[in-house]
Each structure stands twice: as C-alpha cells, then as structure tokens.
Write a protein that binds this ligand. Structure first.
Ligand SMILES: C[S@@+](CC[C@H](N)C(=O)[O-])C[C@H]1O[C@@H](n2cnc3c(N)ncnc32)[C@H](O)[C@@H]1O
Length: 303
C-alpha cells in the first residue's frame, strides 16, 4: 500500500490537499522546550493552543464524515485538548489513559505522573468505523480462571510499552551509530497498531501531520491503509525514508497479531494472515512519494 510523505509544514500540506482522511494520529511537539531542530518548542501558551486549533480544524475539514482523530498530549493538558477538539467541530468519544510501564516521574507535592493522554474524537457523533478489539493480557494474581474469550479493550491502555532510553525499550527505537535514540518522541508500533485497527478498515487513508520517525506510515502501510505523513525536519525525513525502504523486524506488526486473536473479525480488519505474510517482504522497498516542498513538483521515488 502506498505511503506519501510531505517534507514541510503540515499546515501547508493541509492547505493544498483535497485528500479525504479517515483517521488522523496527532502527536505534536508538546511545547515543553524540547530541542527540535526545526521547531520552537517554547511558544507562548496561547499561541501554541491557537496553532493546535488551526491544525485540528484543517484536519476536521478534510476528514470524511464519521472519521476519527487521536490527539496525544501530556496529562495536564487534557482539558485543553478536549476543548480544542470540540471548538474545532470534533465530537468527543474517549479520554484514553496510556499508562506508562516505566517508573512514574516523582513529584514533591503531588502524585507522581504515570500516564499520557490520547483524546479520541470523531467528525459527527457516530464513528464510521469502530472495531471492538479483544486482547488477552496476563491474568492478575487476583484472577483465578483464564479467560475463554479474552477481554475488550477499554480506555486504559496499560499493555503498550513506551520507547524510553536505555535497554528497557528493547530494539524498537531507531538509534544513531552512537547508540543514542534518533528521535526522542518515537511512538511504539503497538500504539499505532491499536489506533489503526480500532478506527479504520483496509484501504482507508490515514494521516499523520507530525510524522517524526514515520511510525504511523510504517504501521499503516503494513495494514494496507494508505498512509500520508508530513514532517518539517529533513533529518527526520531521512529517517522515515530509511525506515520505509529498509524494513526492520522491530517494525513488523505481525509480532502483535496473537495479542488480538480473540477479536471477532480480525481477518477482515487486519487482513487475512496468509496474504499479509506474503506482503511483508514487498515492503522492501515500500512504494512512496516524497513531496520535497510545496513549491516543487512531486518526486516519485523508490518505486
Ligand atoms: C512528537 S514528534 C512525533 C513523533 C512521532 N509520533 C513518531 O512516532 O516518531 C513531533 C514531530 O513534529 C515535527 N514538526 C514540528 N513542527 C512541525 C510542523 N509544523 N509540520 C510538520 N512537522 C512538524 C517535529 O520535527 C517532530 O518530529
């Protein structure tokens, strides 16, 4: 399935495209004064939320009726995310708690932080797609009997490991030759897998305005969703191109398939297992287009 990558400001891409989206993963810089090469992460708070509203509204305008957005942020900004989405036309569905597996961040005068939030909203009250996924996490010590049919996914996601520094995150983070992570905010494939499986079907178009390392693109294309990403930093564009053309075992979505084996219509949502098995090697090289910049013409590469 084709991927498209736009190098530049996502708002420029959104102004120009007439592409209808079915699902968007919105993981912007959090305005925490982090060191981004091509972005000022220390904006005035009002200016930052005005920017987020502009992005949310542009995506809303290009989203199909019933299409979904998943907006990730720090827990302390939950109210601002919900307000921004509602003010720009979205209908609130869930406040998802993504509970971290690493230790909580200690605080002197309040409880230590142990989660991040993802607000799930749709264009119109009724989602066009919501696949009720079933998982089968290990039993708690208080649970006596194994489940015969797994359990449905709730709004607390505590089974997806974040990509931290050090050994804990395993081999999934993309690393520089020095061993350092190439991008400190790389999202786990398992997170995008859950979002994409929940809110899209094969053939849908998925958009990521802040593509970073391209997790949405690499996950979406394996699930036969058409995946479009925008990224402002040319260094990250290189990472994404490399990730899409040199398929890494750690990006393989199949390693999570058994986690969802109790989902009723899994073959329909994910694609028949045998077909996918055949398709994975074809990801190398994946077909994608790189839009160098708004002004320049499309450049089709790595076909
Ligand atoms: C939090 S990271 C996203 C990480 C991503 N989810 C991943 O899995 O790698 C945000 C990204 O947005 C990019 N960015 C910042 N401003 C942008 C803009 N106006 N348009 C497009 N990308 C932008 C940054 O360079 C950064 O890579």
């Amino acid at each position: 399935m084709k991927c498209e990558l736009f190098q530049g400001n996502c708002l420029d891409y959104l102004k120009d495209t007439s592409e209808p989206f079915h699902l968007t993963f919105l993981d912007p810089p959090f305005n925490q004064n982090k060191d981004y090469r091509k972005h000022n992460d220390d904006m005035d708070n009002d200016e930052y939320w005005k920017w987020m509203a502009e992005v949310s509204q542009s995506i809303f305008e290009r989203t199909e009726c019933g299409g979904a957005i998943y907006f990730m942020q720090r827990e302390k900004n939950a109210h601002l995310v919900i307000r921004t989405l509602i003010d720009t036309g979205w209908s609130f569905q869930n406040l998802i708690i993504w509970k971290k597996k690493a230790s909580a961040v200690p605080e002197a005068k309040r409880f230590g932080k142990h989660y991040q939030i993802i607000v799930y909203a749709t264009k119109g009250k009724v989602p066009r797609v919501f696949n009720k996924l079933r998982i089968n996490p290990p039993l708690l010590v208080t649970e006596k009997y194994s489940r015969s049919n797994g359990m449905f996914v709730t709004d607390v996601w505590d089974d997806i490991r974040e990509l931290t520094s050090g050994y804990y995150a395993g081999e999934e983070p993309i690393r520089l030759e020095t061993g350092e992570r190439a991008h400190k905010q790389q999202s786990p494939v398992a997170l995008l897998l859950r979002i994409i499986l929940s809110s899209s079907v094969i053939g849908d178009t998925i958009f990521d305005p802040f593509a970073g390392t391209g997790t949405t693109l690499v996950t979406g294309s394996q699930l036969r969703r058409r995946s479009i990403g925008a990224e402002i930093d040319p260094e990250n564009i290189k990472i994404i191109r490399n990730r899409l053309t040199t398929f890494r075992k750690n990006d393989d979505v199949l390693r999570f398939r058994k986690d969802y084996s109790f989902t009723e219509n899994l073959d329909q949502i994910w694609g028949d297992k045998s077909v996918i098995m055949d398709e994975v090697p074809q990801l190398n090289p994946v077909q994608y287009m790189l839009f160098e910049d708004r002004a320049s013409s499309y450049q089709e590469s790595e076909e």
